[in-house]
Design a protein around this ligand. Structure first.
Ligand code: BG6
Length: 474
């Protein structure tokens, strides 16, 4: 039997959480262009769990003052929002900026600052204005220009209210969802078009950073990436090679150009061999990408990636996909969050941070998302209506313990943001899995702090917690 010891985080550690505009704000009355999510729901409502769309979600647009108080009550000293491009430019993402959107975000950010909550503002979280998607979305240079104009407008309007900026949340997500795996509009299966969209997303990131540098803000600008350490099934060379390739597609593809300013040559070679390189790119694009890299990095960590060598031949008639080179590996004995289908592997957070330390210049980083979505949480309500989510508290502690170990090992980690604050709308899963520190009763919009929300307040006040550190392995 070992003893618990107090784990303490560095001074001024960022404690908070994150969400995004489309998932939490609701449409409201400011005026807003149709987004791809609203469009997709109109076309295929049956793709969304319980047919719930994004028109109301968590109604933050009307309740932001109450919500900022809840942030305080749950220990937030920082919080990540996204700014809705469609709200800022209600004429389909271009044209004249919307004064009502500016007023809303200014009010929200001022309210947060006045309550001691740093504003982390993200410029894009999967919410393309639908008409810009019609013009090609991220496959179009015009859309890149429209995005940079939107970004620059946000820097100008909100620059003195924002603590740190982010160009994109999980830019890989829309590429996988829209071009490879059929879970984002417009549901195309075409790797080469996806590669073009990925390239222009990376260019948009660099051009937004270039625009940001014209100002002399104290804040930094970076990007938030979903990263999973990749593990081969075994040390068999075929498994190791499979893991290397999976890692190139899912980890290095965005991390290298966005943080180091260069594309991994092994990935470029592999795409060239398979005629999958984007058709439209120039030397000057590559220069802009190499000169404008992230100044801070957000790490979204949910689960590890485990792969093995393929055991069957690829059908050469099938569309080109990363899975041509590997198969997922289901590790015997793995622990699962069955509601979401994701493995729970807290040690992965340490492995991920060490990769950033060793291979990405130990860039200033933080955990920008980590969390546990659970279905039917009403089951865990006590008679007062509070969700007693001890499983979430354990999940947070186990991950934080490994994050602490990473900091002990020299990783430049500045904070931890949970996904999420109040239960919010999860894209095609709508409100199936709840992630919040605060529960939401959808019909009434009543918010109730969960047991994990109380724990989070204590954690933030104490800047640490007691844990059996002898359980940790490197
Ligand atoms: C992250 C996204 O990947 O995971 C969030 O940034 C998302 O937008 C979260 O909500 C949880 O995933 P899901 O699919 O359960 O909503």
């Amino acid at each position: 039997m070992t003893e618990k010891k107090r784990i303490t985080f560095p001074e001024n550690f960022w404690w908070g959480s994150a969400w995004s505009a489309e998932q939490a704000e609701g449409r409201g009355e400011t005026g807003k262009a149709e987004t791809v999510w609203e469009r997709w729901y109109k076309e295929q409502p049956y793709r969304f769990y319980n047919r719930i769309d994004s028109s109301i979600t968590t109604d933050h647009i009307h309740r932001y003052k109450e919500d900022v108080q809840l942030m305080k009550e749950t220990g937030h000293n920082s919080f990540r929002v996204s700014i809705s491009w469609a709200r800022m430019f209600p004429d389909d993402g271009v044209g004249t900026v919307n004064p009502k959107a500016i007023a809303f975000y200014k009010d929200l950010f001022t309210e947060m600052n006045q309550n001691g909550i740093k504003v982390f503002a993200n410029l894009y979280h999967f919410d393309m204005p639908a008409k810009l998607q019609d013009k090609g979305g991220w496959e179009s240079r015009d859309v890149v220009d429209a995005y940079v104009h939107f970004a620059d407008t946000c820097f100008k309007e909100f620059g003195d209210l924002v603590y740190h900026w982010f160009t994109f949340n999980e830019p890989l997500g829309p590429i996988l969802g829209s071009y490879l795996e059929d879970f984002h509009y417009p549901n195309i299966i075409d790797f080469k078009r996806g590669a073009q969209a990925a390239f222009f997303t990376i260019l948009a990131h660099a051009k937004a950073i270039q625009a940001f540098k014209k100002y002399s803000f104290e804040s930094k600008i970076g990007v938030i990436l979903n990263l999973s350490p990749t593990f081969p099934r075994s040390q068999n060379p075929a498994d190791v090679q499979a893991a290397k390739i999976a890692d190139l597609f899912y980890t290095r593809s965005f991390l290298d150009p966005m943080v180091k300013g260069e594309f991994p040559s092994a990935l470029v070679d592999l795409l060239a061999q398979n005629q999958q390189l984007p058709a439209d790119y120039t030397e000057s694009d590559l220069t802009i990408i190499s000169e404008n890299t992230a100044q801070i990095l957000g790490l979204n960590y949910y689960e590890p990636r485990r792969v093995k060598a393929r055991s069957s031949a690829v059908n050469p008639e099938s569309p080109f996909l990363p899975e041509w080179f590997f198969e997922p590996h289901i590790m015997p004995g793995r622990r699962m969050n069955e509601y979401r289908g994701w493995e729970i592997y807290e040690k992965g957070i340490h492995d991920l941070c060490m990769d950033i330390k060793n291979n990405y210049g130990n860039i200033e980083s933080f955990i920008s998302e980590n969390g546990m979505g659970v279905a039917n949480e009403e089951r865990f309500m006590d008679e007062s209506g509070q969700v007693i989510d001890d499983y979430r508290i354990d999940f947070i502690k186990d991950h934080l313990a490994y994050l602490w170990l990473a900091i002990e090992d020299g990783c430049n980690i500045k904070g931890y943001h949970l996904w999420t604050f109040i239960d919010c709308w999860s894209w095609i899963n709508s409100y199936k899995n709840r992630y919040g520190l605060v529960s939401l009763d959808l019909p009434t919009q009543k918010r109730t702090i969960k047991k994990s929300g109380e724990f989070y307040k204590q954690l933030s006040d104490d800047n640490g917690f007691d844990y059996d550190v002898d359980l940790l392995v490197r």
